[in-house]
Design a protein around this ligand. Structure first.
Ligand code: ADP
Length: 171
């Protein structure tokens, strides 16, 4: 029985993340999507909201669960008995940081393997930050995130969408 955790901030979950989860499910017996509580970046959604959005998106996947954590990722992996940490790779720019993190994690927990999965090419441009950026400017993100996430973005960014709407009205 191989358990893998897929850690990240998921602010919010995108179709790129879901693509990685779908690939991971085919490789491992159990996949835990681990939502990091306090990443060193400004967040739009609370940990509960980020967890809930992923839970809804993976509701049909029997071997996937979603939990939040606020410790070192390797500590969390040990606590839940995971042997593997999954990370997603979009481009070479991701690789350098992931390699550095994998080396650090290996020092901290040599028994845990980091497995990087390559995203589908059509998601290689997709990140939570780009989704938030274009959603804030009023763009349609419905082909980049699940419908309930697009709705949550509209609600969270509602006040900032207005200037973009009025811009459009002026054209
Ligand atoms: P973090 O703050 O840990 O980078 P993210 O939520 O941004 O958290 O990403 C979590 C993981 O998912 C990372 O390994 C990241 O490279 C990967 N990832 C993000 N977007 C995509 C995507 N479009 N395709 C594949 N992997 C992705």
């Amino acid at each position: 029985m191989v358990t893998a955790i897929y850690p990240g901030s998921f602010d919010p979950v995108t179709n790129g993340h879901l693509d990685i989860i779908a690939r991971a499910v085919r490789l491992f017996d159990r996949v835990i999507v681990a939502v990091y509580d306090r990443p060193a970046k400004r967040l739009l959604f609370s940990a509960e909201e980020r967890v809930e959005m992923i839970r809804q998106a993976v509701a049909d996947c029997p071997n996937v669960s979603v939990e939040r954590y606020d410790t070192l990722t390797v500590e969390y992996a040990r606590r839940v008995g995971a042997q593997v940490i999954i990370r997603g790779l979009r481009a070479m720019t991701d690789f350098e940081l992931e390699l550095q993190m994998a080396h650090i994690n290996h020092r901290l927990a040599p028994e845990i393997e980091v497995v990087c999965l390559m995203t589908a090419q059509h998601y290689s441009f997709l990140s939570s930050s780009i989704v938030k950026e274009i959603a804030a400017l009023g763009a349609d993100v419905s082909n980049l995130v699940p419908a309930h996430v697009a709705q949550a973005l509209r609600e969270a960014l509602g006040s900032r969408e207005k200037p973009a709407d009025s811009e459009r009205g002026r054209k």
